[in-house]
Design a protein around this ligand. Sequence first.
Ligand code: ADP
Ligand code: MG
Length: 611
Amino acid sequence: MPDVIHLLPDSVANQIAAGEVIQRPASAVKELLENAIDAGADEISLVIKDAGKTLIQVIDNGCGMSETDARMAFERHATSKIQEANDLFAIRTLGFRGEALASIAAIAQVELKSKRTEDELGTCINIAASQVKKQEPCAGQNGTSISIKNLFFNIPARRKFLKSNTTELRHIIDEFHRVTLVNPEIKFSFFNENRPLFTLGKANMKQRIVALMGQAYNSRLIPVSQDSDVINISGFIGKPEFARKTRGEQFFFVNGRFIKHPYLNHAVDNAYKELITGDSFPSYFIFFTIDPKEIDINIHPTKTEVNFQNNQVIYAILGSTIKQSLGKFSITPSIDFDSEPSIDFSKISLNKSASTPTIKINPDYNPFETKNNQKEFPKQKSKTTDNWEKLYPGIDLLPKSSEQDERTPAGNSISFMGVEPEDKKTSETLYQLHNRFIIATVKSGLMVINKQRAYEKILYERFLTSLESGKSSSQQLLFPSTINFSQGDLEILHEIENELKMIGFDFETFGKNTIIINGAPSGVNNSEIGDVLESIIENTKRNLKEIKIDKKINLAKSMAAKLAPRYGKTLQESELRSLIDRLFACRAPEYTPDGKPVLRIITMDELEQKF
Ligand code: ADP
Ligand code: MG
């Protein structure tokens, strides 16, 4: 028998490598942006067409390439960034594997134009499916422009695998965020379908975060900073009240590179534990600077995973740093700065086996409550005063309360977080403000309840309880109705079919795209069923696929958000009372399942200050 083993041609080997490095247009965007940064550019443009499926172009003003280098750049394992194996532990560039351009050229049509400052003319090279089509001198600006056309044109199976333009563009924007956040000193622009999507000037870190995430972040961020021998930490974390329901805004960067690190993520989550609801996630933008020899980046072709040699020490430092910041900004008094010497991380040496820093934490501490048995901390200024500004104008339209006597309303004996114990007793007289807010006098001032959110919270608890107990109330429809869904949406309905049935939906599939509804949870009108199911599908797509929250919680949340009456009718006093009682009977009535405030108290002090 003849020998059967042979070396694969480069073009095939490159295609195989491309499978790991370039999964979708966003991966190519990442590689090209990183190359531009490694080239020392301080101005980079990204141009996208058809969510990167037709065109991805990156133009930089970096160092450019010589004629020979431009050709070499597309060879596999061709790099200017490392020379020998030892260099792997001293990496200061984003690239080093010399794979990206070779991989991209194996699966797309590529045109590269590049010119160094010292050269009169630049060079232009065209490659498709690893074949050089032509290379010729060309005039042009200093720097490099690279266009990737028709990604996966020669691998139809991969091209078919790409998701909708919306999804692929979302991935590209995510990569763009990851690269631009950590390079605020570089100007970036991003054109999508010939329209500017982002234009980012030179900035500092905070300005860049705000430019990308939105103006609202200006007041949402708390700085973190910690220098130690092991690692330097800087960046920003979000105030707990702005924690999000998706994991989106969580960024770790190590030496200028975005990374994913579930272990360190846990350290952050832990620091926030008592401050946010279990189903929300704190935002963070955390930048680590560490000696490259203390980390290993070369564990995954996309270089988004990094091993730290001192994982546990870094975990402890990070957790404490975040708690310190939250504490310093009066978000949580988890460290008593008066009695506790602050932790000096500079003393932690890499050579000694480091012990986990200890922090004295009051386990009984409830951030929303001030009790005598808890340590007293300086009263923080109300974080919500700004929002109330909008409310004040309407308040003097209210009838004056003659009712000074405060009684505990019947059935309102359940304690709830966030309000001083004496404020659990609301006045007997309740007011409605423009049908949207309920106002009650309480011991320390005025309690304002957002009516729609109160409904949402109550409904959420009701649905969750029936899902958890398996006891739901369903009403059968007199005339079963049919609803059409896309194939994909129908698939999602089937994925959560059990839960939908548990909550009271009764339906069966009919044909390829249709379901017949025989029954719905009581309280859901006939005309609402389609809408409700649609929003459940939407939320499931978002939540289950991306962040894997519990199916039952997701379902209860979607139903509650959809069915809570927006403004509702004007309620009678007894109905208001019953609404409040039902709200207070909920777990943590202060917040909606998404962590938005349901009620707030304007204290007498705050009111006095207004006059
Ligand atoms: P790596 O970045 O891992 O070195 P790449 O395949 O991404 O591998 O790039 C190969 C080489 O091409 C780089 O090492 C660099 O020398 C050169 N190169 C790529 N893009 C640029 C650019 N935009 N400007 C200048 N040189 C570049
Ligand atoms: Mg590279």
